[in-house]
Write a protein that binds this ligand. Structure first.
Ligand code: NDP
Length: 358
């Protein structure tokens, strides 16, 4: 038997209140279509918290599969796993391979898991580390699809985004730069100007064309500034990526060119989006939303291709890791330590995304 631990919840609420560390064992006799996985790295994404709070649209079912006293679900949606053993009918993966989950909702914050072959994607692990593989399927895929699937952007076209220092934002900067796109990137003002400047420099280093703060975006003369950058408006800002919502997003919409497209994927400020009426009527701006879970479920092959392409860029050094705060999860790690790592996720001004490394 394999001894395993999982962070589970049986009701919705704050992670610190409802998560508990559950120990169970996994039988060595695997069903023929199953894989036994050892977890290598799992990030803590904002949506994971919303899911535990019960405010996220996709809710994994509470089950008794792990033998918890009340039916439970395992937290987390993304991760990198190593195949420890395979059932008799499995062909596509073998022991020692690395896999990620094909869909969100699997429950990844656990030391070991049983999975079915049809629910995993094998990745070519050579030249990659566990954090790179463990964080590829949500943020980079989101940035990739939003830049590709809403408007056709050609070399020299612009996009504008807020939350530019987020995992998604950093991915958009790098993919955009690799595809010859120019970008205006909005970050929140830091209390300390030197820290703000360091953040700007960091994003410029990733390939951002321009980086501005929210207050610079909201200044009166900003549209003149944008005109100057875009050769008097002859270069078009075709897409906006919205991670944040609220007033600064209305200012961002004003920067889009005629018939531009705002794609909303996050609501970090928890403020509603106010759309300027004139943008809809006179500028024909389009507004859409993107959800990577829906996209992945509908496009499994395209997901594999997107993941492979980003990981290939990572191997070639063309796609840099996000800043992370690693927390080592080994057999002795206590519940309180794990929950502490999760609790600050929605706090803002973070030094990096929390990632459990096993
Ligand atoms: P990260 O944890 O990497 O970054 C969080 C970002 O949110 C930072 O840019 C941070 O800026 C910003 N932020 C935090 N608090 C606030 C606030 N109160 N007001 C404004 N901005 C804030 O996040 P991810 O890249 O993983 O995710 C970013 C967002 O995108 C989340 O809302 C997430 O749910 C969503 N998302 C959506 C997907 C989809 O398919 N629709 C897929 C992936 C992510 P600062 O440093 O200034 O605090």
């Amino acid at each position: 038997y394999t001894q395993a631990k999982a962070l589970v919840y049986s009701k919705y609420g704050e992670p610190s209140d409802v998560l508990s560390l559950h120990t169970h064992s996994i039988s060595p006799s695997l069903p023929s279509n199953s894989l036994l996985l050892r977890t290598l790295a799992t990030p803590i994404n904002p949506a994971d918290i919303n899911q535990i709070q019960g405010v996220y649209p996709s809710k994994p079912p509470f089950t008794s599969l792990l033998g918890t006293s009340s039916p439970s679900a395992v937290g987390g949606n993304e991760g990198c796993f190593e195949v420890m053993s395979v059932g008799s009918s499995i062909k596509s993966v073998t022991k020692g391979d690395w896999v990620i989950m094909k869909h969100t909702g699997f429950g990844t914050w656990r030391t070991h898991a049983l999975a079915e072959e049809k629910n995993v994607l094998r990745v070519e692990k050579k030249g990659l580390n566990v954090v790179q593989v463990g964080t590829v399927s949500v943020n980079p895929c989101t940035a990739y699809r939003m830049l590709k699937d809403f408007e056709s952007l050609s070399e020299g076209d612009w996009f504008i985004q807020n939350g530019a220092n987020s995992g998604v934002g950093r991915a958009a900067i790098q993919l955009g730069a690799a595809w010859g796109l120019k970008s205006i990137n909005v970050i929140r003002d830091r209390p300390d100007a030197a820290v703000t400047q360091a953040m700007k420099d960091e994003l410029l280093g990733l390939g951002a064309t321009k980086v501005v703060t929210e207050s610079e975006l909201m200044e009166k003369g900003f549209s003149e500034q944008v005109k100057e950058w875009t050769n008097g408006g002859r270069e078009h800002i075709k897409v906006g990526l919205n991670c944040v919502g609220g007033k600064p997003t209305s200012a961002l919409v004003k920067c889009l060119s005629q018939s531009g497209h705002l794609v909303t994927y996050g609501g970090m400020s928890k403020q509603p989006l106010q759309l300027p009426t004139a943008a809809l009527i006179f500028k024909d701006i389009k507004f859409s939303g993107f959800w990577v879970s829906r996209w992945s479920d509908a496009n499994p092959e395209e997901k594999q291709r997107t993941v492979d392409e980003v990981l290939e860029m990572t191997k070639e050094g063309k796609f840099k890791d996000i800043p992370v705060q690693e927390l080592k999860w080994d057999w002795g790690t206590e519940e309180g330590t794990l929950k502490e790592a999760i609790q600050g996720t929605l706090g803002g001004f973070r030094a990096g995304k929390g990632v459990f490394v096993y």
